[in-house]
Design a protein around this ligand. Structure first.
Ligand SMILES: O=C(O)C(=O)C[C@]1(C(=O)O)C=C[C@@H](O)C=C1
Length: 348
């Protein structure tokens, strides 16, 4: 559990060190003012904030090419009422460029300029041996072409480790070069690098960051293996609600300004035609832009869902358009929960 070190407020994040969530935490919290504390799972981050051991937590929320992080959504859905006081209070966008990491005996020593030198891997392999061919099949006549090719012979790799979000971000590279390799989901990409660091045989590899390669002492066997060059993950900063009114009467900013975003979850009577439409209409009626909708199983009955909507704007002491929309939502949905508001950081 997170410890108060040097009396600084503790910020927990999905670790270990060098995870992308660690990078998001570093981009938001100054280590001279906050003690960053890695956790094993996203749920551990929620638990530390809920029980007050941590002042804030940082969790992944969605990826630009692979979509929502369902583990995080399920914790917000909170079907077992373990995290009733968690609110989102910030966001951070991190460019995610994945590497294939492993051990290779044939090494050269090239370094990158984009990562602080103390975090760089000792060895980056620069000897392309694989062909990079993509074979069209009847099922997939025009397979996506990977944008990167291996920098070494990766034919010995039989086992891959990564966070489940990463597989979907590197489909073309994996389908082209490592189709037969067995994939193991682990709690984060940096945990994957840590595991692979312990296997000197070269049979296993991790999808992780160049920073993780440096910290865990493994070789970069390929880099930039994500399908899209603009691959970005959005992270949320979470806090614990101070009291019943927290987040209800926030003030400041102009009515209608687009600089704030909020998250609300709700459930509907699935048997009622129009129940979902009426819930969304509540936002439209008060001119509120609904920018995303996610669903997760409600846990109550099969094929019933909890809906998450992200909206522009925030609450204003009960009288703003968001407050009015929520009042209307209350009359048309089965139940709803306020999940916080935060300042827009996109493009900042
Ligand atoms: O595994 C990590 O390094 C994480 O911080 C988690 C996570 C995610 O859940 O989306 C963060 C960024 C990448 O999209 C892949 C994995």
């Amino acid at each position: 559990m997170a410890q108060e070190s040097d009396q600084k407020p503790v910020v927990t994040y999905l670790g270990p060190q060098a995870s992308y969530t660690h990078q998001a935490a570093l981009s938001t919290f100054n280590t001279s003012d906050y003690a960053l504390s890695p956790q094993i799972t996203i749920e551990d981050v929620f638990a530390s904030v809920q029980d007050g051991t941590a002042h804030r937590g940082v969790v992944p929320f969605e990826n630009s090419s692979n979509g929502s992080v369902v583990f995080t959504l399920d914790l917000f859905a909170d079907l077992n009422a373990k995290y009733p006081d968690i609110l989102v209070c910030g966001e951070s966008y991190i460019a995610v460029s994945h590497c294939l990491l492993g051990h290779n005996p044939h090494l050269s020593t090239t370094t990158s300029t984009t990562v602080p030198s103390h975090l760089l891997p000792t060895h980056i392999i620069e000897s392309p041996l694989s062909s990079g061919a993509v074979t069209p099949t009847t099922r997939d006549p025009a397979p996506a072409k990977p944008t990167a090719r291996p920098l070494a012979d990766i034919s010995r790799i039989t086992t891959l480790y990564s966070h489940p979000q990463a597989w979907g971000q590197c489909k073309a590279f994996l389908n082209t070069y490592l189709k037969g390799a067995e994939r193991h989901d682990v709690s984060s990409t940096s945990r994957a690098a840590e595991i692979v660091a312990g296997d000197a045989s070269g049979a296993s590899a991790a999808i992780s960051s160049v920073v993780a390669a440096g910290i865990h002492g493994v070789d970069v066997l390929a880099r930039g293996i994500e399908d899209r060059g603009d691959n970005t993950t959005r992270f949320f900063v979470i806090k614990r609600k101070k009291g019943e009114g927290d987040g209800e009467g926030e003030t400041g900013g102009e009515e209608g300004e687009g600089e704030w975003k909020s998250l609300v979850s709700f459930t509907v009577e699935h048997g009622n035609p129009g129940a979902l439409a009426k819930s969304l209409k509540a936002f439209e009626r008060f001119g509120i832009n609904v920018t995303s909708i996610n669903t997760r199983p409600s846990g109550v009955e099969n094929w019933n869902y909890i809906f998450f909507v992200e909206i522009k704007g925030r609450r204003r002491a009960g009288e703003g358009s968001v407050d009015l929309a929520l009042k209307e939502l209350d009359t048309v949905c089965r139940g709803w929960r306020w999940l916080g508001s935060w300042e827009n950081r996109l493009g900042k």
